[in-house]
Design a protein around this ligand. Structure first.
Ligand code: PGA
Length: 247
């Protein structure tokens, strides 16, 4: 039987209530693709509404980020417990749009991962180099540092995902090559083995311009557990061929 892949759609800061039928269409059509675990990461405002609209479906819901504290005086922030309360089972952490747009350091990502685990959420921790770093030959060094500093030790006992997302591939239409993804995965896998032993429960995802035309090839890479999809997750027309890539 083919392996089950996680196909995760990150809506980023997109989606009003009027977009709920898109999620419902994705849920309905996902029934035809039992080899995909489909997850949607809507903006926090839509999460409880989407949970209601998709009740009874197999779609997994998640948050796009969370605060490192469980509650408190943090204006504008959302805690992992709140995401869980709203229907989330997962949370994306350390996305490059947080690392670069909000200057989030690795140590903060690690604290957020601890908060996610406390709340019972499965974290997806993103790492990836910029174009500058790749062109300067720093990719391995950057990925090692992000892994060392963004993954808390507590992950050794939990289910989690590491998503390799080269910053230069996000939203550009230029996905990493198979060889680049495989090289990053080998490094990530070696790190997880060293840190957590051979039986770690971490899964490896790829993100960055996953589209209908390249999804099947990317999902066929050895050892890949799924894909994190941004732009192409906003419509069922674009997202479903990616989900079908897991068949
Ligand atoms: P993209 O985004 O699919 O639009 O490139 C991917 C991501 O941000 O995870």
């Amino acid at each position: 039987m083919p392996q089950t892949h996680l196909i995760a759609g990150n809506w980023k800061m997109n989606g009003l209530k009027s977009a709920l039928p898109v999620a419902q269409a994705i849920a309905a059509r996902s029934r035809n693709h039992p080899n995909a675990r489909v997850a949607l990461f809507p903006p926090a405002t839509l999460l409880p509404l989407m949970a209601e609209a998709l009740a009874g479906s197999a779609i997994i819901l998640g948050g796009q980020d969370c605060h490192h504290a469980d509650s408190g005086a943090y204006t504008g922030d959302v805690s992992a417990a709140m995401l869980k309360d709203a229907g989330a089972q997962m949370v994306i952490l350390g996305h490059s749009e947080r690392r670069h747009g909000h200057l989030e350091p690795c140590a903060l990502v690690a604290r957020k991962a601890q908060a996610a685990l406390r709340a019972g959420l499965e974290p997806i921790i993103c790492i990836g180099e910029t174009l500058d770093q790749r062109q300067s030959g720093l990719t391995r060094q950057v990925l090692e540092r992000q892994l060392t500093d963004s993954l808390p030790d507590e992950l050794g006992r939990a289910a989690f995902h590491v998503s390799y997302e080269p910053v230069w591939a996000i939203g550009t239409g230029l996905a990493a090559t198979d060889a680049q993804i495989e090289e990053a995965f080998a490094l990530i896998r070696a790190h997880l083995h060293r840190r957590f032993g051979p039986d770690f429960v971490g899964h490896l995802l790829y993100g960055g311009s996953v589209k209908p035309h390249n999804a099947r090839q990317i999902l066929a890479l050895p050892g890949i557990s799924g894909a994190l999809v941004g732009g192409a997750s906003l419509t069922a027309e674009d997202f479903m061929p990616i989900v079908a890539g897991a068949d």
